[in-house]
Ligand binder design. Structure first.
Ligand code: PXP
Length: 248
């Protein structure tokens, strides 16, 4: 069954990026999460990176203590992160590739090549009650592998689509969107829940929001940037409005 309403997960990493630029306590990403909760978000996403460049261990603790919305905990497939996730048992764990030198998560996870390892890695997370999501490119091999290893959710990486849109390369943008459309349907037929995210803005969110199998969008950088001009609540409300309009 394809759900008509679409959830918005607000990624608060870059509130922590600004905080860490000065090394103090403000702006507080947990305060941003609470505000997001009050203004139309359906979930909060936070990525605890190996280098702790934005979200900190303490942020995750405080989010788990204070949030009523589900937390989608993004992490690399490392023993350290697995132990942290098992300690906190967030609603969802999203496994992402992580490179130390990258500015942001550049591509999807290579699931097909690491199938056995990843199957073992996610099993205890599932047993602990976390929904396991895998961040991948819209690629048949990766989606079928994500299904075989026992993931419940895939998140399609929308970065290439968003970049092409921003660069005015509409042929590439439309090709990327067509791939996502086909792969969202495939994943849904396999019984996977489909999410999408990375790089989404007011300008490019609607065609992705209109894909009927997509049940959740995770959006961060653009919303936190827009909050400078509009305030976080109105920035989220406008994204929500565009998503709902596309879905209707
Ligand atoms: N989904 C995943 C798996 C991500 O890694 C990120 C970036 O941390 C996002 C969504 C949100 O991307 P953006 O900050 O570009 O909106």
């Amino acid at each position: 069954m394809v759900q008509s309403s679409l959830r918005l997960g607000v990624n608060i990493d870059h509130v922590a990026t600004v905080r860490n630029a000065r090394g103090g306590d403000t702006p507080d990403p947990v305060r941003a999460a609470r505000l997001a909760e009050e203004t139309g978000a359906d979930g909060i996403t936070a990525h605890l990176r190996e280098d702790r460049r934005h979200i900190s261990d303490r942020d995750i603790e405080r989010l788990m203590e204070t949030l009523t919305l589900p937390l989608n905990f993004e992490m690399a497939a490392t023993a350290e992160m697995q132990a942290i996730a098992l300690r906190h048992r967030p609603h969802a764990v999203c496994i992402v590739p992580e490179k130390r030198e990258e500015r942001t998560t550049e591509g999807g996870l290579e699931v097909a090549r690491e199938e056995n390892q990843l199957a073992h890695f996610i099993a205890p997370l599932r047993e602990a009650g976390c929904r396991v999501s895998i961040f991948i490119a819209a690629d048949r091999r990766q989606i079928e592998a994500a299904h075989r290893i026992g993931a419940q959710v895939i998140e399609l990486h929308t970065g290439a689509y968003c970049d092409a849109h921003a660069e005015g390369d509409f042929a590439t943008r439309d090709r990327e969107l067509a791939k996502m459309r086909e792969m969202a349907a495939l994943a849904h037929d396999l019984g996977l829940e489909v999410h999408a995210g990375h790089g989404l803005t007011y300008d490019c969110v609607q065609p992705v929001a209109a894909l009927p199998q997509v049940m959740e969008l995770n959006i961060g950088h653009f919303l936190i940037g827009e909050a400078i001009f509009l305030g976080l609540g109105p920035a989220i409300a406008e994204m929500r409005r565009l998503m709902d309009a596309a879905r209707a």
